[in-house]
Design a protein around this ligand. Structure first.
Ligand code: TYD
Ligand code: MG
Length: 460
């Protein structure tokens, strides 16, 4: 015993990024976050970092053209929006991390996923009792003979359950509540989470089954589970949206088997999550026309155009106090940059104003095509002049005040036209609209911010 304990030493690990240091500090040297270092025991089996990733099969080098690819084909999940995000479905032998805030609908989505399959699946509930899960499954109409349920937090028991039921897909809800007694670090600690995840990745590869891990978001709200997990898994999905609204957005932030820019849209209703057939209409549902500080933008989420409303409000800031740039659903740094351009190139005096800007509907958007919409919404708020009700805008704004082209202009125009917008301000060099919409919309091509402000009649 004494010999063993002498090998165990105290370490501090960051609960955000997993970086380890021998000494406690207020700030993590790995990711720069404050107050994230927690004590961990390390040494012997406790050190999860020493667990090697087992290769799938022992084999030598092969010519790249002769490597088998049929094992990495996605299998449809039976939920269309999920398939869109995953580029076809889940891949056998892969591990997916689903992150999101509590109450956003992770357990609901995964129960629906398990119910939609027609092979054997196992749901490991480490947070809710079997009764709770069954009651929910009844509401979701997810009761079927091949869906196994195990309420368990101990990893060895979970692996026994996998042995016993031989599932093709396993959901672990959640990875943060899993415990491996062989690891000496405390339940819920970074060491445990990482150690359990490593073992589950090995199980997935060895058995060639798909495993989905639920991970809670960290306190900064934009990462799914501790960052350490992102490196271990094949795919990271993020489930976002406003808990108080029904709309839910699912995206892949990392995906080893396909693109990461597709967006899945769900609505939470009484019977669980259902696909949103017409997101643009949903995003514009609460829009009131004739109000200053609003601009409508056809934005692109992956290959899907979505028309959203951007809102802005300005109010005189306090003297000698840095002015506020508050962004919701859009990037804060981008907003600050655009306000500088609007002041310097567009001659709209936002320098002494607090500026609030948001994307309506709880969506988080990061696409450059939003730039012009943000600028015009703020200019509209500043001058108290509403944009015409049938006008939509898109385009990237450069530091010189130039309006730059963005991807998929014709698709954006088509979607805006479908929703009844008849005038569209867009970058000068954008390709023409598709023939069928060309006669219905007026395209107002602009090459500078000043031209755009004039076209939207926002110059006082
Ligand atoms: P849940 O899946 O438990 O979220 P998470 O696992 O991410 O914490 O979803 C919980 C919320 O969803 C809860 O507030 C109730 C709501 N809900 C519905 O509106 N309809 C349903 O059919 C279900 C199952 C849940
Ligand atoms: Mg849950």
């Amino acid at each position: 015993m004494a010999a063993k304990s002498s090998k165990i030493k105290t370490l501090f690990a960051c609960s955000e990024c997993g970086a380890q240091t021998p000494k406690w500090a207020g700030r993590c040297t790995g990711c720069g976050d404050w107050n994230t270092l927690v004590e961990e025991l390390s040494g012997g089996a406790a050190d999860a970092t020493v667990i090697p990733l087992a290769p799938t099969r022992r084999s030598g080098p092969a010519r790249i053209g002769e490597v088998r690819t049929d094992t990495a084909r996605p299998i449809s999940t039976g939920i269309d929006e999920l398939d869109v995000v995953l580029g076809g479905g889940l891949v056998a032998g892969s591990v997916t991390l689903l992150g999101g805030e509590p109450g956003i609908g992770k357990s609901t989505l995964l129960l629906q996923l398990l119910a939609a399959r027609d092979d054997t699946t196992l749901y490991v509930s480490a947070e809710e009792s079997a009764t709770q899960v069954r009651l929910r499954a009844e509401r979701l109409d997810a009761i079927r003979p091949d869906l196994w349920l195990h309420a368990e937090t101990s990893l060895p028991h979970v692996i026994n359950a996998i042995d016993e039921t031989q599932p093709q897909l396993v959901v672990i809800d959640s990875i943060q509540t899993m415990v491996d007694p062989e690891l000496s670090s405390a339940p819920g600690s970074v060491g445990q989470v990482r150690g359990c995840a490593h073992r589950l990745v090995n199980e997935a590869k060895e058995r060639n089954i798909a495993i989905v891990l639920v991970g809670h978001v960290t306190k900064d709200g934009n990462l799914a589970g501790p960052r350490v997990l992102e490196h271990v898994v094949d795919t990271v999905l993020q489930f976002e949206g406003d808990r108080h609204h029904a709309l839910r957005l699912l995206r892949a932030v990392k995906h080893r088997f396909g693109p990461t820019n597709e967006l899945g849209l769900f609505e939470m209703v009484g019977a669980g999550l259902v696909a949103v057939p017409d997101p643009s209409t949903m995003f514009l549902a609460d829009r009131r026309t004739g109000i200053a500080g609003s601009a409508v933008v056809p934005t692109m989420e992956g290959r899907r155009p979505i028309v959203v409303e951007l809102q802005a409000l300005t109010s005189p800031g306090l003297e000698n106090v840095p002015k506020r740039r508050s962004a919701q659903g859009i990037d804060g740094g981008r907003l600050s940059m655009l306000m500088a351009v609007l002041g310097q190139r567009g001659r709209i005096k936002v320098g002494d104003q607090d500026v609030y800007a948001s994307a309506a509907g709880g969506a988080k958007l990061t696409e450059p095509g939003l730039d012009l919409g943000i600028c015009l919404a703020v200019a509209s708020a500043m001058n108290d002049i509403p944009l015409p009700a049938d006008m939509a805008v898109f385009g990237e704004v450069g530091l010189g005040g130039e309006i730059r082209q963005v991807s998929h202009a014709p698709r954006r125009v088509t979607e805006a036209s479908r929703l009844g917008f008849r005038r569209i301000i867009l970058p000068a060099k954008s390709p023409d609209a598709d023939d069928e919409v060309a006669g219905q919309v007026r395209l107002i091509r602009v090459s500078t911010l000043t031209e755009a402000l004039r076209a939207a009649t926002l110059t006082p």
